[in-house]
Ligand binder design. Structure first.
Ligand SMILES: *Cc1c(COP(=O)(O)O)cnc(C)c1O
Length: 361
């Protein structure tokens, strides 16, 4: 068996321990004589799997009792519609545009009500987080929306925006469980799990109970109502059962590692190695304003497209996969999620040093 260092932005690297456990349980889950893939989502065995997954997530994030945890499908992108359909009671919402994902959410919301872009960093290719301490938040806004970690551009909100009392909704797809969060500061926290938690196909929504109601926009399909899934404990219909099982294993892995405070420390250590190198390199440069740098997604360039391509190709040949930047920005991007071991980052930096020596005069 030979595994590469996988720097993909998503679907992304998962802990080897989790993959091995899943492999060991593939043919016969705990004496059931079948795989979790094959079992009824209404069985006692599966009930234990999903209940434990929820409890472990609640423990990890310290989620208060007045928040529901929903395991849904449709990816993060489906939330771009579900959020306005369920939360736009006044028909107004404010969006902070810090990248393509936030912009897509904003454009989707415009189909359902009045969506306002109250701040943006598009003027500098989303390479920074705008000052959000005193934004023109709409008086009747139902919520203020952010994408907390911008996967493509490598920026992260280090401080949450001042929403002036309005509900905060956050897409945390690419920073989910990477560090502790104060859930009480949010109305909704959601993310696709394929970046930092599990296999594609599950989206987790953590939503304050008072935001869940039957009062949704006319025409909202049953499946797109939070209430449908909250009332049924995520078992209204068949959930992405196998994906949730893997997520549950990752939650246990995180607990064993010491939880989110320990993860943050580890992630900071990893990111520091890469950023320190970028700051001292004569060839490679980070593309993000320093104070806004993400711990999870690290974009960088050489300033020469051909050299970038050469780097990506040689890195791949050396066992460092998926370092090509997003198609919309070019360059390189190393996604160093929870499951990327520190050795992966150290070896990448050693490889970059060697490449730099060989390609500078
Ligand atoms: C990947 C990503 C999305 C899109 O996720 P899908 O599950 O493919 O819909 C949305 N937001 C962020 C921040 C992402 O990183």
């Amino acid at each position: 068996m030979s595994r590469v260092y996988n720097f993909s932005a998503g679907p992304a690297v998962l802990p080897e321990e989790v993959l091995q456990e899943a492999a060991a349980e593939m043919m016969d889950y705990k004496g059931c004589g079948m795989s979790v893939m094959e079992m009824s989502h209404r069985s006692k065995v599966y009930e234990t799997i999903i209940k434990e997954a929820e409890q472990d997530l609640r423990d990890l994030m310290n989620i208060p009792d007045n928040y529901k945890v929903l395991f849904l499908q449709g990816g993060a992108s489906q939330q771009f519609a579900m959020i306005p359909m369920n939360l736009m009671k006044n028909g107004v919402a404010d969006y902070i545009i810090t990248g393509q994902w936030a912009k897509k959410a904003y454009q989707e919301a415009k189909m359902y009500g009045k969506a306002n872009a109250i701040a943006s960093s598009e003027d500098q290719t989303y390479s920074y987080i705008p000052d959000c301490s005193d934004l023109p938040v709409s008086e009747d806004a139902d919520y203020v929306y952010i994408c907390e970690n911008n996967t493509i551009y490598g920026t992260k909100f280090k401080e949450l925006p001042n929403t002036k009392g309005k509900v905060l909704v956050a897409d945390v797809s690419s920073c989910f469980l990477s560090e502790p969060v104060d859930v009480t500061k949010y109305g909704v926290i959601y993310g696709g799990v394929q970046k930092n938690i599990g296999p594609a196909g599950v989206v987790i929504v953590i939503i304050r109970e008072d935001l869940i109601s039957e009062d949704v926009l006319p025409g909202t399909p049953t499946m797109l109502r939070y209430k449908t899934h909250a009332d049924a404990d995520s078992l209204y219909n068949t959930p992405p059962a196998y994906g949730i099982y893997i997520c549950g294993k990752v939650f246990k892995w995180l607990k064993n590692k010491g939880g989110l405070a320990a993860m943050k420390e580890y992630n900071e250590k990893k990111a520091q190695i890469l950023y320190d190198f970028l700051d001292s390199s004569s060839l490679f440069k980070g593309t993000v304003r320093k104070q806004d740098r993400s711990l999870m997604n690290v974009p960088f360039v050489t300033g020469d497209k051909d050299l970038d391509a050469k780097f990506v190709a040689e890195a791949k040949a050396a066992g460092f996969e998926n370092l090509k930047g997003h198609r919309s920005v070019g360059g390189m991007r190393a996604s160093i999620y929870n499951a990327m071991p520190i050795e992966g980052v150290e070896k990448l930096v050693a490889f970059m040093k060697k490449f730099e020596e060989e390609n500078t005069k």
